[in-house]
Design a binder for this molecule. Structure first.
Ligand SMILES: [Zn+2]
Length: 449
């Protein structure tokens, strides 16, 4: 539109100039070097326009000729680059597909065509790794460290190599460097938290955790669980270094963060007991028991107060059952206390309740054998219960959700696979009931002579 208006204006100007020349006739005479030229003003104007047009065309032609070699050079370079990028892409696809030979072939091509080492360095490193040459890959990753634009990729490659060979101090140093380079990278925050926590640097782990949750949104439940586990780590660290008050402070925070995390309640209660604050310890256990009954909570609850008085212990254990009616662990705790106090009828009732609730584990059957032995001395029944115990499912334990490793004591990290906060209280895999005997309904009365 603008061009059209411009063209129309120019047309009007030319027409007006033409009319003006016609309206103002005149002659122009030129004397130069013995030459004399005489013409009308209109012809001269036309001559000037013609000379201007010819000059412009000549100038454009001259530009075209002088720039031609550069253009041809650029064209050839473009083609080389296109081929180079194509080889780079093919190489990346080969790396993703695990085709070591093709990756190496393409990296050579890309290298020759692109002549931009930073672009091909990553592919060369990945190709070397695919060919099992970690040393060559390391050299490439280290070369990347010198280029500010490639530095993060180099650090990341070296970090993955350090993790692969299990060198955690090297990996941690590299993760910290990666964090400085890319503070907004979720991957960096994640790996940094993991490594700081594994190394027991709980203060730094806590900072990394905040950053991690800022970058990768998680559910409230997940966030509270991870925070509580990290706080328990801080509490452990403080206690190990002799700072009991610090340990208590972190344990309190952990319980506030996730009241259902049994190890947090256990830890806080133990620390209160260490300080002689029995009432506070009892309150913590009772509160945790209401939502999450657990044999360790029951054991600590009973140990905290006059453990040698059998009858008092029985009434304390009864309170646990009142706090969480029908709890299998409450029945088992009561049965154990009843056995100690020689309250055979009570022991039988609560063991039966545990079995009825589906807890047909080694502990329950072993307690049955003990009951039959101490109450009636019936060797045949004792043997029968022990046989069941041998084939029964193992009791729940702390099982790593990642690798299935089993621990009797909860830990923030799995010692085997190093995963963080993954322990769950459940039947260890591979330790389920062996015999169909355990599936049969059991009535203790039926076993009585
Ligand atoms: Zn594990």
């Amino acid at each position: 539109m603008v061009r059209l208006i411009f063209f129309l204006c120019a047309l009007v100007a030319v027409a007006w100039a033409g009319v003006w020349v016609v309206d103002h006739p005149g002659r122009v005479a030129l004397n130069w070097g013995g030459w004399q030229v005489e013409m009308s003003a209109g012809v001269m104007a036309l001559g000037i326009i013609l000379v201007a047009i010819i000059s412009a065309i000549t100038y454009r032609f001259w530009l075209f000729i002088t720039r031609a070699p550069g253009r041809i050079g650029h064209l050839l370079q473009d083609r080389r680059s296109q081929k180079g990028y194509k080889a780079l892409t093919k190489g990346m696809v080969a790396v993703a597909a695990g085709d070591a030979a093709e990756a190496q072939n393409q990296v050579k091509k890309a290298d020759g065509l692109l002549r931009e080492p930073p672009l091909t360095l990553l592919l060369r490193a990945q190709s070397a790794q695919l060919n099992g040459d970690e040393n060559a890959a390391e050299t490439f990753f280290k070369t990347m460290l010198d280029d500010p634009e490639m530095e993060f990729l180099g650090v990341r490659g070296l970090l993955n190599q350090a993790l692969k060979r299990g060198d955690e101090s090297d990996a941690l140093a590299l993760a910290r460097r990666a964090q400085v380079l890319k503070p907004k990278s979720a991957w960096t925050a994640d790996i940094l938290f993991e490594l700081e926590a594994r190394g027991g640097h709980w203060d730094k782990a806590s900072v990394a955790l905040t950053q991690m949750h800022r970058l990768t949104p998680v559910t409230m439940g997940e966030s509270q669980h991870v925070r509580a586990v990290a706080l328990l780590g801080q509490s452990l660290e403080a206690e190990t270094s002799g700072d009991d008050q610090g340990a208590l402070k972190f344990a309190k925070k952990a319980v506030r963060e996730n009241g259902k995390l049994i190890p947090a309640a256990l830890r806080l209660a133990r620390l209160y007991l260490k300080e002689g604050q029995i009432r506070k310890a009892t309150n913590v256990i009772e509160k945790a028991w209401v939502t999450s009954p657990h044999p360790d909570l029951a054991a600590l609850y009973l140990d905290a107060n006059e453990p040698s008085d059998g009858l008092k212990q029985f009434s304390r254990a009864e309170k646990l059952l009142v706090l969480h009616p029908g709890s299998t662990d409450g029945h088992i705790a009561l049965a154990k206390v009843a056995l100690e106090a020689q309250l055979w009828g009570q022991a039988r009732t609560h063991l039966q309740a545990a079995i009825d609730s589906g807890r047909t584990t080694r502990t329950v059957y072993t307690l049955m054998a003990r009951l039959e032995d101490e109450d009636r001395g019936d060797k045949e029944l004792v043997r029968s219960w022990l046989t069941r115990a041998a084939a029964a499912a193992a009791d729940p334990a702390w099982v790593c959700g990642e690798c299935g490793h089993v621990e009797t004591e909860w830990k923030p990290h799995c010692p085997k696979c190093k995963s963080f906060g993954g322990f769950k209280w459940e039947t260890p895999p591979g330790y389920e009931a062996l015999s169909t005997l355990n599936a049969e309904p059991l009535r203790l009365e039926a076993q009585n002579p």
